[in-house]
Ligand binder design. Structure first.
Ligand SMILES: Cc1cc2nc3c(=O)[nH]c(=O)nc-3n(C[C@H](O)[C@H](O)[C@H](O)COP(=O)(O)OP(=O)(O)OC[C@H]3O[C@@H](n4cnc5c(N)ncnc54)[C@H](O)[C@@H]3O)c2cc1C
Length: 376
């Protein structure tokens, strides 16, 4: 970079965190080049890279069992309305959110402590109180819920990426629809291989989700886990009646969670339940591809269906489908937002919770890059 020239920045990955980082860089005047492929047309036959946001529902809530996540979520949720208004793309359904579990267990104790310490507005309901408020919901004995009834619910991850992308483009970001196959940090810049081209940038931020270790070409740092979700098709009139239901996160060993009825691109409404009994690790790009192409695990879907029917005994289900996804974890259960060198940065590892707070995680990644430039 010569004197007076604007430094060139690439963001690798245009998922939830990458598109957020791109917006923050672009509105700060650093027109980044954002490199990454879009969603595969058919996951069952796709042989390129995969990502964790190809869906219509991600739970969003301010509270968490760890204050780190609550603070990042509060910062993001506070900006949702501005992102929606400026982009003209709505992605947030503020239906409310529940954290539920054994009233005397560690999950609820942590949730209560974080809510109290950060002043997250909520109602603490015992099982009877929760079932009166949400008559379709049937909870296990001795469960309680923390009910956030404001500025929480669910977001469409696809539409959030679209909103961030539109605003980043409006502010000068350039998008390349391609996968990166090589990265080489040199004294004078970072060489990024895209197809047959090698592009050189002053700074590179990698935000490639479950593919981050492979894009960086480093030893595996993240634990990438195969995840199955069950989708319950609900009749339209029934779905409208169930529209009052909030999102639900449960303190079970499997980490169950539930999305209320959401309309999907096939025009049908589905409730979605996730939570896996074990961690199948995906250690290579090939493993990740094979997992997505498999479409999920039928035994996990069956357990999820049993859990769903116990929670919603009166809800009639038209059909049950499943889908495959991946979550990306670190040892300390926090995202990795770090400088790997003077030129190379990373913002990754959503630890199963990175959608709701992706705008803040992307902002923090972008801030690291911009600070390194401003320091010279
Ligand atoms: C089933 C499931 C349910 C979840 N539920 C929730 C929830 O309720 N609430 C919540 O907050 N979070 C939830 N999450 C987590 C959330 O979706 C992730 O934390 C989030 O998607 C992480 O964002 P990301 O940008 O790091 O990765 P992604 O969204 O996966 O994006 C990664 C991007 O990198 C790109 N990429 C990959 N390889 C390359 C390459 N070689 N070159 C260029 N680009 C590349 C991909 O194409 C993609 O665009 C859930 C995840 C799953 C799987």
């Amino acid at each position: 970079m010569g004197m007076g020239q604007t430094p060139t920045i690439a963001v690798i990955g245009r998922g939830l965190i990458g598109s957020a980082a791109a917006r923050h860089l672009a509105v700060s005047g650093y027109a980044p080049t954002v490199i990454g492929p879009g969603e595969p047309l058919d996951k069952r036959t796709h042989h390129g890279v995969f990502a964790s946001h190809y869906d219509e529902g991600r739970i969003t809530r301010k509270n968490a069992t760890d204050a780190y996540w609550a603070e990042a979520s509060i910062a993001s949720i506070t900006r949702y309305a501005d992102i929606e208004a400026a982009s003209g793309i709505s992605f947030f359904s503020p239906v409310g959110a529940l954290m539920a579990g054994d009233s005397d267990g560690a999950f609820m104790a942590s949730a209560r402590a974080v809510a109290a310490s950060l002043g997250v507005s909520h109602k603490d309901l015992d099982r009877n109180g929760a079932e009166c408020q949400f008559p379709d919901l049937s909870l296990p004995d001795n469960w309680a819920v923390l009910w956030e009834d404001a500025e929480s619910g669910h977001i469409s991850p696809r539409r959030l990426v679209a909103a961030q992308t539109r605003l980043a483009k409006d502010a000068g970001a350039r998008f390349l629809d391609a996968a990166v196959s090589g990265l080489d940090v040199k004294a004078t810049g970072v060489d990024v291989t895209v197809g047959r081209d090698v592009l050189t940038f002053d700074r590179v931020l990698v935000a490639a989700g479950g593919m981050t270790d492979h894009v960086l070409g480093r030893d595996l740092k993240y634990k990438v886990c195969a995840r199955t979700v069950a989708l319950f098709e609900i009749d339209e009139d029934h779905a409208a009646r169930l529209g009052y239901l909030p999102s639900l996160v449960m303190g079970t060993p499997e980490g169950h969670y539930l999305l209320p009825p959401i309309r999907y691109p096939d025009g049908k409404s589905y409730m979605k339940l996730g939570g896996d009994p074990d961690d199948i690790l995906l250690t290579s790009a090939q493993d990740i591809g094979d997992w997505f192409r498999s479409g999920g695990r039928a035994d996990v879907r069956d357990d999820q269906e049993a859990r769903f029917r116990a929670l919603f005994p009166g809800v009639s289900v038209r059909s049950v489908a499943m889908d495959a996804c991946m979550t990306t974890w670190t040892d300390d259960l926090r995202p990795e937002i770090a400088a790997l060198s003077d030129r190379l940065f990373v913002a990754g590892a959503g630890n199963g919770a990175g959608a709701k707070c992706s705008d803040e995680l992307g902002r923090r990644g972008a801030a690291l890059v911009m600070n390194s430039i401003e320091k010279g």
